[in-house]
Ligand binder design. Sequence first.
Ligand code: NDP
Length: 256
Amino acid sequence: MTDAFVDLCTMENKIKGKVVAITGASSGIGEATAIMLAAQGAKVVLGARRKDRLEDLVGRIKAAGGEAVYLVTDIKNHGDLVQLVHLACETFGRLDVIVNNAGIARLSRVDAVQVSDWEEMIDVNLKGTLYGIAAALPIFLKQGFGHIINIISTSGIKIVPLQGVYAGTKNAVRTITEAMRQESGGLYRVTGISPGLVNTELIDHIKDEAARIAVKEKAAQIAITPDAIAAAVTYAISQPDHVEVGDIVVRPSVQD
Ligand code: NDP
């Protein structure tokens, strides 16, 4: 038996003690991921804008015996992400993983020309993810290890009306994720996770009424829970250091 085989077979908990920063931790996939990782012994560092939600979540994780801190973070600001990863290093001594999860969906037809919505999606989904990468990479390069996990979307895999610009921002992240994977040379790991339809507040925040109603109806029929995506994040992190999970797609089994 090789060491690698033993690594893959061992039941040892590879999450325990890992320091994981998560953006968009105040609800949905980010919140579920924080709870799942903390329950397995990760030290989680949570960012989002809604302080009350983060405070409540940290309280719940600590009450369950976990370790968590939070920082009010707007990923439109590069400086906020730098502070978030520094909080991880100051509090827990290092950063093992950043989960660039925060995102918004301003769905509408392209010919509705919702320019400010396009700008917001580019600022949050694309630039915000890049800011997370930019904040974490210098730490990873200095440490000689690290793991970037970007939450993308099946919207970029199957292109459909109303999701053009949203999918565009997600596919930009997909492209960057793959380039980084090749550039990393094994120094840090890179994973892209593309969820299908998940039952979260993302849908409630869709501004275009027709789009919101259509997605809500579909979600009521087929959406999976955020735990399914949290489990994929957990799987990617829990692999031995020499194993990189590049791409994961997790969608309802009945999704087109
Ligand atoms: P939620 O709306 O529940 O969560 C989105 C999170 O992003 C919230 O915690 C929100 O927190 C945070 N966020 C939004 N804007 C900012 C910002 N400017 N700065 C910091 N945080 C921000 O939706 P989901 O959990 O579904 O979304 C998580 C990710 O999953 C997103 O990237 C989304 O695109 C992706 N996804 C979701 C799918 C779904 O069907 N739900 C499908 C495919 C992908 P706050 O408002 O407190 O800042």
